[in-house]
Design a protein around this ligand. Structure first.
Ligand code: TRP
Length: 370
Protein backbone atom coordinates (compact mmCIF):
# COMPACT_ATOMS: atom_id res chain seq x y z
CA UNK A 1 0.00 0.00 0.00
CA UNK A 2 2.89 2.37 -0.45
CA UNK A 3 1.24 4.42 -3.10
CA UNK A 4 -0.34 7.80 -3.23
CA UNK A 5 -4.09 7.28 -3.17
CA UNK A 6 -5.40 6.66 -6.64
CA UNK A 7 -8.49 8.34 -7.92
CA UNK A 8 -11.37 5.90 -7.85
CA UNK A 9 -14.70 6.04 -9.61
CA UNK A 10 -17.84 7.21 -7.84
CA UNK A 11 -19.10 4.76 -5.23
CA UNK A 12 -21.39 2.44 -7.18
CA UNK A 13 -23.71 2.03 -4.20
CA UNK A 14 -24.52 5.73 -3.96
CA UNK A 15 -26.98 7.49 -6.25
CA UNK A 16 -24.73 9.51 -8.51
CA UNK A 17 -27.14 12.36 -8.91
CA UNK A 18 -26.64 13.51 -5.31
CA UNK A 19 -24.66 16.67 -4.74
CA UNK A 20 -22.46 14.74 -2.32
CA UNK A 21 -21.36 12.27 -4.95
CA UNK A 22 -20.76 14.98 -7.49
CA UNK A 23 -18.62 16.82 -4.98
CA UNK A 24 -16.74 13.66 -4.10
CA UNK A 25 -16.01 12.68 -7.69
CA UNK A 26 -14.79 16.20 -8.45
CA UNK A 27 -12.48 15.91 -5.44
CA UNK A 28 -11.28 12.54 -6.70
CA UNK A 29 -10.47 13.93 -10.11
CA UNK A 30 -8.63 16.78 -8.47
CA UNK A 31 -6.71 14.30 -6.28
CA UNK A 32 -5.53 12.43 -9.37
CA UNK A 33 -4.15 15.66 -10.84
CA UNK A 34 -2.49 16.50 -7.54
CA UNK A 35 -0.81 13.09 -7.33
CA UNK A 36 1.04 13.81 -10.56
CA UNK A 37 2.12 17.24 -9.37
CA UNK A 38 3.34 15.86 -6.05
CA UNK A 39 5.52 13.29 -7.76
CA UNK A 40 6.97 15.94 -10.04
CA UNK A 41 7.60 18.63 -7.46
CA UNK A 42 7.03 17.59 -3.83
CA UNK A 43 8.67 20.80 -2.61
CA UNK A 44 5.61 22.82 -3.72
CA UNK A 45 3.45 21.21 -1.11
CA UNK A 46 2.97 21.55 2.59
CA UNK A 47 0.72 19.01 4.24
CA UNK A 48 -1.29 19.69 7.36
CA UNK A 49 -2.91 16.67 8.91
CA UNK A 50 -3.76 15.46 12.38
CA UNK A 51 -5.86 13.60 14.89
CA UNK A 52 -7.75 14.12 18.10
CA UNK A 53 -6.11 12.63 21.18
CA UNK A 54 -9.09 10.51 22.16
CA UNK A 55 -7.63 7.04 21.78
CA UNK A 56 -5.05 4.97 20.02
CA UNK A 57 -4.97 4.91 16.24
CA UNK A 58 -6.36 1.85 14.51
CA UNK A 59 -6.30 0.08 11.17
CA UNK A 60 -8.99 2.34 9.75
CA UNK A 61 -6.76 5.34 10.40
CA UNK A 62 -3.75 3.49 9.11
CA UNK A 63 -5.14 2.53 5.72
CA UNK A 64 -7.29 5.67 5.53
CA UNK A 65 -4.53 8.27 5.96
CA UNK A 66 -1.54 7.30 8.12
CA UNK A 67 0.39 5.24 5.59
CA UNK A 68 -0.14 7.96 3.06
CA UNK A 69 1.24 10.62 5.37
CA UNK A 70 4.48 8.72 5.68
CA UNK A 71 4.57 8.18 1.96
CA UNK A 72 4.16 11.91 1.27
CA UNK A 73 6.84 12.71 3.84
CA UNK A 74 9.21 10.26 2.22
CA UNK A 75 8.57 11.82 -1.19
CA UNK A 76 9.87 15.09 0.24
CA UNK A 77 6.61 16.89 1.07
CA UNK A 78 6.86 19.05 4.18
CA UNK A 79 4.39 17.91 6.82
CA UNK A 80 2.80 19.31 9.98
CA UNK A 81 0.90 16.87 12.17
CA UNK A 82 -1.48 18.49 14.64
CA UNK A 83 -2.56 16.74 17.81
CA UNK A 84 -5.94 18.41 18.07
CA UNK A 85 -6.35 18.51 21.83
CA UNK A 86 -8.89 21.34 21.95
CA UNK A 87 -10.88 19.52 19.29
CA UNK A 88 -11.27 16.58 21.65
CA UNK A 89 -13.66 18.85 23.55
CA UNK A 90 -16.02 19.35 20.63
CA UNK A 91 -18.14 16.33 21.48
CA UNK A 92 -17.39 15.66 25.16
CA UNK A 93 -17.35 17.74 28.33
CA UNK A 94 -13.93 16.69 29.58
CA UNK A 95 -10.96 15.28 27.68
CA UNK A 96 -9.98 12.32 29.83
CA UNK A 97 -6.40 11.02 30.05
CA UNK A 98 -5.26 13.81 27.79
CA UNK A 99 -1.52 13.58 28.48
CA UNK A 100 -1.59 9.84 28.02
CA UNK A 101 -3.49 9.96 24.74
CA UNK A 102 -1.29 12.73 23.37
CA UNK A 103 1.82 10.67 24.08
CA UNK A 104 0.17 7.57 22.60
CA UNK A 105 -0.48 9.51 19.39
CA UNK A 106 3.16 10.58 19.21
CA UNK A 107 4.10 6.93 19.68
CA UNK A 108 1.78 5.83 16.90
CA UNK A 109 3.26 8.46 14.58
CA UNK A 110 6.84 7.49 15.33
CA UNK A 111 6.04 3.80 14.97
CA UNK A 112 4.59 4.20 11.48
CA UNK A 113 7.59 6.22 10.33
CA UNK A 114 6.78 9.89 10.83
CA UNK A 115 10.26 11.37 11.17
CA UNK A 116 10.45 14.34 13.56
CA UNK A 117 13.54 15.58 11.73
CA UNK A 118 11.42 16.11 8.63
CA UNK A 119 7.87 16.45 9.95
CA UNK A 120 6.57 18.66 12.73
CA UNK A 121 4.41 16.96 15.36
CA UNK A 122 2.75 19.50 17.66
CA UNK A 123 -0.19 20.07 19.99
CA UNK A 124 -2.93 22.54 19.12
CA UNK A 125 -3.12 24.15 22.56
CA UNK A 126 0.64 24.78 22.62
CA UNK A 127 0.48 27.27 19.75
CA UNK A 128 -1.24 30.49 20.86
CA UNK A 129 -0.79 32.36 17.57
CA UNK A 130 -2.53 29.55 15.69
CA UNK A 131 -5.50 29.89 18.01
CA UNK A 132 -5.60 33.66 17.63
CA UNK A 133 -6.28 33.23 13.91
CA UNK A 134 -9.65 31.86 14.87
CA UNK A 135 -11.05 35.31 15.72
CA UNK A 136 -10.55 36.99 12.35
CA UNK A 137 -11.57 33.72 10.67
CA UNK A 138 -14.83 33.61 12.63
CA UNK A 139 -15.67 37.02 11.24
CA UNK A 140 -15.47 35.63 7.71
CA UNK A 141 -18.19 32.95 7.96
CA UNK A 142 -21.88 33.27 8.65
CA UNK A 143 -23.86 31.39 11.27
CA UNK A 144 -26.02 30.00 8.44
CA UNK A 145 -22.93 28.54 6.75
CA UNK A 146 -21.85 26.81 9.95
CA UNK A 147 -25.39 25.62 10.55
CA UNK A 148 -25.61 23.73 7.31
CA UNK A 149 -22.17 22.11 7.43
CA UNK A 150 -22.90 18.36 7.06
CA UNK A 151 -19.89 17.23 9.07
CA UNK A 152 -20.88 19.42 12.00
CA UNK A 153 -24.46 18.11 11.76
CA UNK A 154 -23.20 14.53 11.81
CA UNK A 155 -20.88 15.15 14.74
CA UNK A 156 -23.67 16.83 16.67
CA UNK A 157 -25.87 13.79 16.05
CA UNK A 158 -23.18 11.52 17.54
CA UNK A 159 -22.05 13.88 20.30
CA UNK A 160 -21.87 12.72 23.91
CA UNK A 161 -22.94 16.14 25.08
CA UNK A 162 -26.52 16.97 25.89
CA UNK A 163 -26.21 20.37 24.26
CA UNK A 164 -24.06 21.65 21.44
CA UNK A 165 -21.08 23.69 22.58
CA UNK A 166 -19.81 26.77 20.79
CA UNK A 167 -16.62 24.85 20.16
CA UNK A 168 -18.48 22.13 18.27
CA UNK A 169 -20.37 24.72 16.29
CA UNK A 170 -17.20 26.52 15.26
CA UNK A 171 -15.15 23.37 14.69
CA UNK A 172 -14.67 23.95 10.92
CA UNK A 173 -13.32 27.41 11.69
CA UNK A 174 -10.64 26.30 14.10
CA UNK A 175 -9.79 23.53 11.73
CA UNK A 176 -9.27 26.24 9.10
CA UNK A 177 -6.83 27.91 11.50
CA UNK A 178 -5.05 24.54 11.95
CA UNK A 179 -4.51 24.30 8.22
CA UNK A 180 -3.84 27.92 7.36
CA UNK A 181 -1.47 28.85 10.21
CA UNK A 182 1.29 27.01 8.34
CA UNK A 183 -0.17 27.83 4.93
CA UNK A 184 -0.84 24.15 4.36
CA UNK A 185 -1.94 23.58 0.79
CA UNK A 186 -2.56 19.85 0.88
CA UNK A 187 -4.78 18.01 3.35
CA UNK A 188 -5.05 14.21 3.13
CA UNK A 189 -8.60 13.47 4.24
CA UNK A 190 -11.43 11.03 4.15
CA UNK A 191 -14.62 12.02 2.37
CA UNK A 192 -16.33 13.01 5.60
CA UNK A 193 -13.90 15.90 5.99
CA UNK A 194 -14.55 17.45 2.57
CA UNK A 195 -17.14 19.98 3.82
CA UNK A 196 -14.60 21.25 6.36
CA UNK A 197 -12.02 21.77 3.74
CA UNK A 198 -14.57 23.78 1.78
CA UNK A 199 -14.91 26.09 4.81
CA UNK A 200 -11.13 26.45 4.95
CA UNK A 201 -11.01 27.34 1.27
CA UNK A 202 -13.81 29.86 1.72
CA UNK A 203 -12.06 31.49 4.67
CA UNK A 204 -8.75 31.67 2.79
CA UNK A 205 -10.45 33.20 -0.25
CA UNK A 206 -12.42 35.75 1.78
CA UNK A 207 -9.41 36.73 3.85
CA UNK A 208 -7.42 37.34 0.68
CA UNK A 209 -10.32 39.32 -0.85
CA UNK A 210 -10.88 41.47 2.24
CA UNK A 211 -7.33 42.05 3.37
CA UNK A 212 -4.91 40.75 0.76
CA UNK A 213 -4.51 43.99 -1.17
CA UNK A 214 -4.12 42.03 -4.37
CA UNK A 215 -1.88 39.33 -2.91
CA UNK A 216 -2.85 35.93 -1.55
CA UNK A 217 -1.96 35.77 2.13
CA UNK A 218 -3.36 32.24 2.32
CA UNK A 219 -3.43 29.38 -0.18
CA UNK A 220 -6.71 27.60 -0.85
CA UNK A 221 -5.75 24.12 0.29
CA UNK A 222 -6.63 21.01 -1.67
CA UNK A 223 -8.01 17.77 -0.29
CA UNK A 224 -6.09 14.66 -1.14
CA UNK A 225 -8.68 11.91 -0.96
CA UNK A 226 -7.75 8.45 0.20
CA UNK A 227 -8.60 5.69 -2.23
CA UNK A 228 -8.98 3.01 0.44
CA UNK A 229 -12.67 2.26 0.95
CA UNK A 230 -13.87 2.48 4.54
CA UNK A 231 -13.10 -0.45 6.81
CA UNK A 232 -15.86 -1.51 9.18
CA UNK A 233 -15.30 -2.26 12.85
CA UNK A 234 -15.54 -5.83 14.12
CA UNK A 235 -19.19 -5.21 15.03
CA UNK A 236 -20.03 -4.20 11.47
CA UNK A 237 -20.44 -0.49 12.31
CA UNK A 238 -18.05 2.37 11.61
CA UNK A 239 -14.57 1.63 12.95
CA UNK A 240 -14.05 4.00 15.84
CA UNK A 241 -11.58 4.74 18.61
CA UNK A 242 -14.33 4.84 21.18
CA UNK A 243 -16.42 1.81 20.13
CA UNK A 244 -13.88 -0.90 21.00
CA UNK A 245 -14.42 -2.42 17.58
CA UNK A 246 -11.00 -1.77 16.10
CA UNK A 247 -7.58 -3.38 16.00
CA UNK A 248 -5.21 -0.65 17.12
CA UNK A 249 -1.63 -0.31 15.98
CA UNK A 250 -0.66 -0.89 19.60
CA UNK A 251 -2.67 -4.12 20.07
CA UNK A 252 -0.51 -7.24 20.36
CA UNK A 253 -0.90 -10.33 18.22
CA UNK A 254 -3.10 -12.16 20.75
CA UNK A 255 -5.42 -9.22 21.27
CA UNK A 256 -5.69 -8.88 17.49
CA UNK A 257 -6.59 -12.56 17.16
CA UNK A 258 -9.20 -12.27 19.89
CA UNK A 259 -10.82 -9.20 18.35
CA UNK A 260 -10.92 -10.62 14.85
CA UNK A 261 -12.20 -13.96 16.06
CA UNK A 262 -15.21 -12.14 17.46
CA UNK A 263 -15.79 -10.16 14.28
CA UNK A 264 -19.30 -10.18 12.89
CA UNK A 265 -19.74 -12.18 9.68
CA UNK A 266 -22.82 -13.79 8.12
CA UNK A 267 -24.35 -17.24 7.81
CA UNK A 268 -23.30 -17.94 4.24
CA UNK A 269 -20.40 -20.39 4.25
CA UNK A 270 -18.90 -19.67 0.86
CA UNK A 271 -16.76 -16.53 1.08
CA UNK A 272 -17.38 -13.92 -1.61
CA UNK A 273 -16.56 -10.23 -1.94
CA UNK A 274 -19.75 -8.22 -2.16
CA UNK A 275 -19.62 -4.99 -0.16
CA UNK A 276 -23.30 -4.23 -0.75
CA UNK A 277 -24.91 -7.48 0.37
CA UNK A 278 -22.10 -8.82 2.60
CA UNK A 279 -20.55 -5.72 4.20
CA UNK A 280 -18.92 -7.44 7.20
CA UNK A 281 -17.31 -10.29 5.26
CA UNK A 282 -16.23 -7.87 2.54
CA UNK A 283 -14.61 -5.52 5.02
CA UNK A 284 -12.55 -8.40 6.44
CA UNK A 285 -11.53 -9.41 2.92
CA UNK A 286 -10.54 -5.84 2.18
CA UNK A 287 -8.46 -5.64 5.34
CA UNK A 288 -6.64 -8.86 4.47
CA UNK A 289 -6.08 -7.62 0.91
CA UNK A 290 -4.63 -4.31 2.11
CA UNK A 291 -2.18 -6.16 4.36
CA UNK A 292 -1.29 -8.77 1.73
CA UNK A 293 -1.10 -6.28 -1.14
CA UNK A 294 -3.71 -8.38 -2.93
CA UNK A 295 -7.32 -7.80 -3.96
CA UNK A 296 -10.36 -8.70 -1.86
CA UNK A 297 -11.66 -10.88 -4.71
CA UNK A 298 -8.41 -12.85 -4.75
CA UNK A 299 -8.48 -13.37 -0.99
CA UNK A 300 -12.12 -14.50 -1.26
CA UNK A 301 -11.26 -16.98 -4.03
CA UNK A 302 -8.42 -18.42 -1.96
CA UNK A 303 -10.73 -19.04 0.99
CA UNK A 304 -13.82 -20.11 -0.97
CA UNK A 305 -15.86 -22.66 0.91
CA UNK A 306 -13.49 -22.84 3.90
CA UNK A 307 -15.86 -20.36 5.55
CA UNK A 308 -15.73 -17.57 8.09
CA UNK A 309 -13.30 -19.29 10.46
CA UNK A 310 -10.72 -19.59 7.71
CA UNK A 311 -11.39 -16.00 6.68
CA UNK A 312 -10.74 -14.77 10.21
CA UNK A 313 -7.54 -16.80 10.43
CA UNK A 314 -6.33 -15.35 7.14
CA UNK A 315 -7.13 -11.79 8.24
CA UNK A 316 -5.51 -12.27 11.64
CA UNK A 317 -2.29 -13.61 10.18
CA UNK A 318 -2.18 -10.91 7.52
CA UNK A 319 -2.75 -8.10 10.02
CA UNK A 320 -0.27 -9.43 12.55
CA UNK A 321 2.40 -9.91 9.96
CA UNK A 322 1.81 -6.50 8.42
CA UNK A 323 1.87 -4.69 11.76
CA UNK A 324 4.77 -6.63 13.29
CA UNK A 325 7.53 -4.14 12.39
CA UNK A 326 5.35 -1.15 13.33
CA UNK A 327 4.52 -2.75 16.68
CA UNK A 328 8.15 -3.59 17.35
CA UNK A 329 9.13 0.03 16.78
CA UNK A 330 6.25 1.20 18.94
CA UNK A 331 7.41 -0.92 21.85
CA UNK A 332 10.92 0.47 21.52
CA UNK A 333 9.78 4.10 21.46
CA UNK A 334 7.39 3.47 24.36
CA UNK A 335 10.33 2.78 26.63
CA UNK A 336 11.60 6.32 26.22
CA UNK A 337 8.86 8.69 27.41
CA UNK A 338 11.42 11.50 27.73
CA UNK A 339 12.13 11.24 24.02
CA UNK A 340 8.40 11.42 23.26
CA UNK A 341 8.04 14.58 25.30
CA UNK A 342 11.12 16.10 23.71
CA UNK A 343 9.79 15.33 20.23
CA UNK A 344 6.60 17.15 21.10
CA UNK A 345 8.40 20.12 22.66
CA UNK A 346 10.54 20.56 19.59
CA UNK A 347 7.51 20.24 17.32
CA UNK A 348 5.62 22.82 19.41
CA UNK A 349 8.57 25.22 19.13
CA UNK A 350 8.69 24.90 15.37
CA UNK A 351 4.92 25.29 15.01
CA UNK A 352 5.00 28.38 17.26
CA UNK A 353 7.64 30.04 15.10
CA UNK A 354 5.60 29.41 11.95
CA UNK A 355 2.35 30.56 13.60
CA UNK A 356 3.98 33.77 14.92
CA UNK A 357 5.10 34.68 11.42
CA UNK A 358 1.66 34.05 9.94
CA UNK A 359 -0.11 35.97 12.68
CA UNK A 360 2.22 38.93 12.14
CA UNK A 361 1.30 38.88 8.45
CA UNK A 362 -2.39 38.68 9.27
CA UNK A 363 -2.20 41.59 11.68
CA UNK A 364 -0.30 43.66 9.15
CA UNK A 365 -2.86 42.82 6.44
CA UNK A 366 -5.69 43.79 8.80
CA UNK A 367 -3.97 47.02 9.78
CA UNK A 368 -3.80 45.89 13.39
CA UNK A 369 -0.08 46.16 13.76
CA UNK A 370 0.44 48.54 16.66
N1 TRP B 1 -10.80 16.68 12.59
C1 TRP B 1 -9.75 15.70 12.61
C2 TRP B 1 -10.27 14.46 13.34
O1 TRP B 1 -11.35 14.47 13.84
C3 TRP B 1 -8.49 16.18 13.31
C4 TRP B 1 -7.98 17.49 12.79
C5 TRP B 1 -7.88 18.65 13.48
C6 TRP B 1 -7.57 17.77 11.46
N2 TRP B 1 -7.43 19.63 12.71
C7 TRP B 1 -7.23 19.13 11.46
C8 TRP B 1 -7.47 17.02 10.29
C9 TRP B 1 -6.81 19.76 10.30
C10 TRP B 1 -7.06 17.65 9.13
C11 TRP B 1 -6.73 19.01 9.13
O2 TRP B 1 -9.56 13.50 13.42
Amino acid sequence: MNTIPQAVGPDASAPDTSADTLETSAAQERSAVLEKRILKDPGQFRVLTGDRPTGRLHLGHYFGTLHNRVHLQNLGVEMFVIIADYQALTDRDVADNLTWYVEELVLDYLAIGVDPARSTIFAHSAVPALNQLMLPFLSLVSVAELNRNPTVKDEIAHSRQSSVSGLMFTYPVHQAADILFCKGNLVPVGQDQLPHLEVTRTIARRFNDHYGNGTAVFPQPDALLSSAPLLLGTDGTKMSKSRRNAVTLASDADETARLLKGAKTDSERHITYDPTTRPEVSSLLLLAALCLDSTPQQVADDIGSAGATALKMTVTEAVNEYLAPIRARRIEFAQDRAYLRQTLHEGNERARAVADTTLAEVRAAMNSHY
